[in-house]
Design a protein around this ligand. Structure first.
Ligand SMILES: Nc1ncnc2c1ncn2[C@@H]1O[C@H](COP(=O)(O)OP(=O)(O)O)[C@@H](O)[C@H]1O
Ligand SMILES: [Mg+2]
Length: 313
């Protein structure tokens, strides 16, 4: 990296309107520290309803790149990216289409299936038709809202009597509900940065599954790097992660969540397009294990920032 080159002026977008606002502020704090250490001039926007006005103002002040520290709704599905596109301010991470696609687990699975990427069997239910829903898969199944994260609204159904309440729980969060074959085995996440796979992380909750409390309470889950899988299985999983990343037309970075059966078959569960970058988040941990410092990670996000129509007329 040429350190003598003039550093781009960055506008750091953080906060936002989603339930992950606090996580975003934590990602933003780390990004700001890295920008200081790397010598990038920058300003910070706390993203509220007036984001368009604020971004225009930042552009007038010379901002050349938006660095997204946002997570969850109004960002992860491409809304913040759309605003940047509209004012032609290059931004970090994936574009509008890939962001919108990966926010919706049902649509993501349709694209992945078309690319012959292994996914769990599933059915779809509509919130308004829960009473008519007929399960055509053996138990256990996992019931989840199509568009949400952080394991909210997810139930593992072991007994048919739990199915209706599981559908109702998921329906609190989305119109569309995904009912998925339960994949036994281990849980794995594969972070990608600069379109290259980083060290995969095995996720081992001490109890239950990787639900909200096990995700966000320190000490409830062990994270093992590199994952305890045969080299050939790890390689297959990493290859699938990269294929999934490209199939969904993602850019620069993402985190692909998997279940891997004990006989070594990986299944993609979902793809996170604005993965957390807090001090305890998985992507920075994996980057560090791969020899990429947090500052270098931030530098890559800034330098790779672009627009959907960059390079074409
Ligand atoms: N088909 C499945 N088989 C086994 N466990 C699952 C399955 N789907 C989800 N889970 C469990 O639920 C967690 C959250 O599911 P995921 O699809 O990654 O949604 P999100 O992280 O967006 O809430 C996973 O990390 C995993 O522990
Ligand atoms: Mg997940």
């Amino acid at each position: 990296m040429n350190t003598s080159a003039k550093k781009k002026k960055v506008v750091l977008l953080q906060g936002g309107l989603s339930s992950e606002r606090e996580v975003s502020l934590s990602t933003g704090k780390g990004f700001a520290q890295a920008l200081v250490e790397l010598g990038y001039p920058f300003e910070v926007i706390d993203c509220k309803e007036d984001l368009l006005v604020q971004i225009n103002e930042a552009k007038r002040n010379g901002a050349e790149v938006a660095l997204l520290a946002l997570h969850g709704k109004y960002a992860e599905e491409g809304i913040a990216q759309s605003i940047c596109e509209y004012v032609k301010l290059p931004y970090s991470g994936s574009g509008i289409l890939g962001s919108a696609l990966c926010m919706d687990k049902v649509f993501t699975k349709e694209v992945l299936a078309n690319h012959k990427i292994p996914i769990a069997h599933h059915q779809i239910a509509n919130k308004n038709e829960i009473n008519k829903f007929h399960l055509e898969m053996p138990l256990p199944v996992v019931v989840k809202p199509s568009r949400d994260g952080s394991s909210v609204g997810i139930t593992i159904v072991n007994d048919k009597s739990q199915l209706k309440s599981a559908l109702e729980e998921a329906a609190k969060y989305d119109q569309y509900i995904l009912i998925e074959e339960f994949i036994p085995g281990i849980e794995l996440t594969v972070p990608i940065l600069d379109e290259k796979v980083l060290t995969p992380i095995e996720i081992v909750p001490k109890t239950d599954f990787y639900d909200y409390k096990n995700k966000y309470t320190a000490g409830r889950t062990d994270y093992i790097m590199p994952a305890r899988l045969a080299e050939s299985v790890l390689k297959r999983t990493c290859d699938i992660a990269l294929r999934a990343f490209h199939a969904c037309r993602l850019r620069c970075y993402a985190r692909v969540d998997f279940r891997v059966t004990t006989d070594g078959r990986p299944y993609v569960l979902e793809i996170n397009t604005l993965p957390g970058c807090t001090p305890t988040s998985l992507l920075p941990k994996s980057a560090a294990h791969s020899g990429i410092s947090f500052n270098r990670l931030v530098e890559i996000l800034v330098e790779r920032a672009t627009l959907d129509y960059a390079g074409v007329r």
